[in-house]
Design a protein around this ligand. Sequence first.
Ligand SMILES: Nc1ncnc2c1ncn2[C@@H]1O[C@H](COP(=O)(O)OP(=O)(O)O)[C@@H](O)[C@H]1O
Ligand SMILES: [Mg+2]
Length: 359
Amino acid sequence: MHAYGVKRERFVRQFVNRFLTLEGIGVLFLDSEFRVVEVSEMICSFFGFARADIANKSAEEWFEAAGLRPYPFDRSLLEGQAFRNRVLDWKQGPFSRKLMIDGEALEDNGERTGAFILFRDVSHQMVLEEQIRRSDRLKTIGQIAAGTAHEIRNPLTAIKGFMQLLNKSLNDRGMDKEQGYVGIVLSELERVNGLVSEFLLLSKPKEIKRDWMEIGQVVQEIMPMIQNEAIMHNVTVLYYPQPGLPPILADKELLKQVFLNLGKNAIEAMGEGGTLIIREHGDPGGSDKLAAEFIDTGPGIPPDVLDKVFDPFFTTKPQGTGLGLSVCQRIVDDLGGTIEVSSDEHGTEFTVWLPCAKT
Ligand SMILES: Nc1ncnc2c1ncn2[C@@H]1O[C@H](COP(=O)(O)OP(=O)(O)O)[C@@H](O)[C@H]1O
Ligand SMILES: [Mg+2]
């Protein structure tokens, strides 16, 4: 019995030592004063500090040092308020990560001795799940759009043609007031037409042409249009090209549409003034994807709205169609990429990941 106990203890110790060095899962032990007793390597490397930096510090001191706000948990944990699957958003330079954390108090003979908190990095799963949900929603909408868009476009073309004829006759007869009315009809028709075009893009991508190209080249080509829009709203546009990135495999016209939509949204969000930053970078994780980012200094997107912005017809603008981001999502999906958003009260950041050549 004694030998068994010793063996068991050794095993548990080995397990704990190994556990403390695991990469995908981390653990933090707190004493009854809420001070850090032990922390595993995963947490140190994830938040970028050494073990000695936080040993014996209170959890709050650690939250402050790591910039974790709001605090992911509080002292009620010591009173037995366990939690499960709490999501912790963590921003690290341009990358945002998601951790899932569980916490529970520890007891010894009815006496509370402290607590432990488990951390799992779920960034990848969460992004994938969200992408799947979004694509599913889009597919359904796409089917409806495909059925109606053509039905709307055909009569529109006829109406537009006859309106132009009417305009000419009114002009010949010098009927200026009536001609003004027709002008309004024509410009409203243009708006409907634009809407239907976005609809068609949503419904089914036309032939996608995949070519190798420099991402910087695509950005350069839309810059004049973005600058134009920016000047009208007093927005400063800063573009940081990154030379030496591998070429991407994409459809240039479709990708331009994505970047334009993101640029336009950013400028519209800021109203008057502000800065739009456009930059490119590879993936430090070494995947065969690279990113284009659109970062603005606008008011940000409230958390409860954030997961709706890609929904077709979701808009907060009086004149918005709510189709811009759905179209972006659809196109990026079809190009084999992903699109991510993160936002706080200081601004919003859209990141488009696109497949590129292996370096
Ligand atoms: N950069 C941004 N900053 C703040 N909110 C944004 C930003 N981009 C998009 N949004 C929000 O997402 C909504 C949907 O955008 P979008 O699909 O392009 O449609 P629209 O621009 O027609 O409203 C916008 O109405 C806005 O509320
Ligand atoms: Mg838009």
